[in-house]
Design a protein around this ligand. Sequence first.
Ligand SMILES: Cc1cc2nc3c(=O)[nH]c(=O)nc-3n(C[C@H](O)[C@H](O)[C@H](O)COP(=O)(O)OP(=O)(O)OC[C@H]3O[C@@H](n4cnc5c(N)ncnc54)[C@H](O)[C@@H]3O)c2cc1C
Length: 488
Amino acid sequence: MPNLQADIVVIGAGSAGCAVAGRLAEAGIDVVLVEAGPDYGPSGSGRWPAELMDARMLATTHDWGFASGRWTFERARVVGGCSSHNGAIAAVGHRADYDSWGLAGWTGADLESLFATVVERMRVRTYADDEVGPFHARCLTAAAELGWRMASDLCDLDANDSFGLETVNVVGSSRWNAAFAYLDPVRERGYLRIIDDVLVERIDVSDGASRVLGQRHGESFAIECGTTVVSAGAYGTPALLQRSGIGDPALLVPLGIKVVTALPGVGQNLHDHPIVHADRTVGPQLQGWLDQAAAAGFLPEEQTLGKALSDQAADGLYDTHVFPVCASDQTSIFHGRVHVEVACMTPRSRGHVSITSADPSVAPTIEHGYLNDVEGHDLAVLRDGLVRAEQMLDHPALASVLGRRLTDMSNDQAIRDTVAHYYHPVGTCRMGDDAMAVCDAEGRVHGMPGVVVADVCLMPQIPRGNTNLPAAMIGERIAATLVNRHAS
Ligand SMILES: Cc1cc2nc3c(=O)[nH]c(=O)nc-3n(C[C@H](O)[C@H](O)[C@H](O)COP(=O)(O)OP(=O)(O)OC[C@H]3O[C@@H](n4cnc5c(N)ncnc54)[C@H](O)[C@@H]3O)c2cc1C
């Protein structure tokens, strides 16, 4: 493959990378978007695999295969990134989350209009009453009778504790991914080149110019550019920076990697919303209704969600997601059982991502450190949330159609033994100006103005909501600063 040149190279066509590249191309900037996975073209191409379009359940193909111990850390390797295989639940967190970052340009008020744009681009809607399946209809009844406030819009920066129908980026029954939202409008306009199946190995910025170095189908190539935007996701971005000599010398030197910029925070501050569940088997009557509903049309596994306050919620805002899941499809892990999932949305536990080799084909070590906060805050939030989950399952609207409990969650050890994640890793190249910060408030890597991070890595602290829309918002926000800089 010949070497290329571009004003800006964006590495990673995920939720954020698509937003950055799409917006840059719209502004008439020459941009190359490189992605490790395949590009299936625009939404109407007919080439998108059925499981990546089907919004009923998570897709399991196109995965990087990251794992550690008993955990798998799903990450999509395809244009659209995780927005191409995720749950398509659309959320923005609470404005207090962004205010707490303490960064110029990133307060809730600053981001309101950007989120409105993302919501429009991602075609977010609330499930309609006539789409609600038999299980979730009963969850709504149970929640109302248990005293939850009913939510009219869960995708709202000001919504607090409430229960309601989920807001989703689902068109008909199809997952509307970030590539459809941001790349389709500019694919034919001439400023955007998408190069798929490229594993970017490292960025070379040693002599002032930026070069993105990678492999495509066994051939090496380089792209020369003015600015490199790294949007390779919570695990991919820190790994790529570390391979490029940007990171903690104590990690890089023993691996034989020349230190270009010493930044010990690269890969640190990894966190996600820890999650546990209460469960029951499905009774025969409910199973029959589910099968009927699935045969009649679209029956997603998730349709309702509650935001709840645990006893730990000192700021009067919700700190827990409580959401029921159930499936008719026999291939689903939720077939024959229902879960009420409980997630701690204000986690304090932290972990890290660290490469173990300069070889890009070797996966990094991913150590999340779930429930490792010394105050026991995350564990306590989950414990309180499980009480709400059990109350819901015990309510007659549900108990009358459910069977026995499968998992005993009555003690802290059970929480520790079963804790999982909500698929929302963030924070590994966080913005700030302290010694452990990696980027400034415009995403520029400290000491390397030509290298910009634009994805969920930038978050100092995860918002109390699912992270796909916030990722696209970050892409929009960083693109706007790049367009301004390009114009001046
Ligand atoms: C199974 C699952 C379910 C989820 N459900 C929801 C949900 O319902 N709602 C919600 O809001 N969020 C959900 N999320 C989370 C959300 O999708 C992610 O937080 C968001 O997509 C992250 O966006 P990103 O741009 O930071 O990274 P990603 O979307 O992960 O994009 C990174 C991209 O970079 C590419 N890349 C990485 N390394 C390289 C390299 N070296 N060379 C070239 N390319 C590279 C990757 O292939 C990928 O396409 C879910 C995530 C998963 C995995």
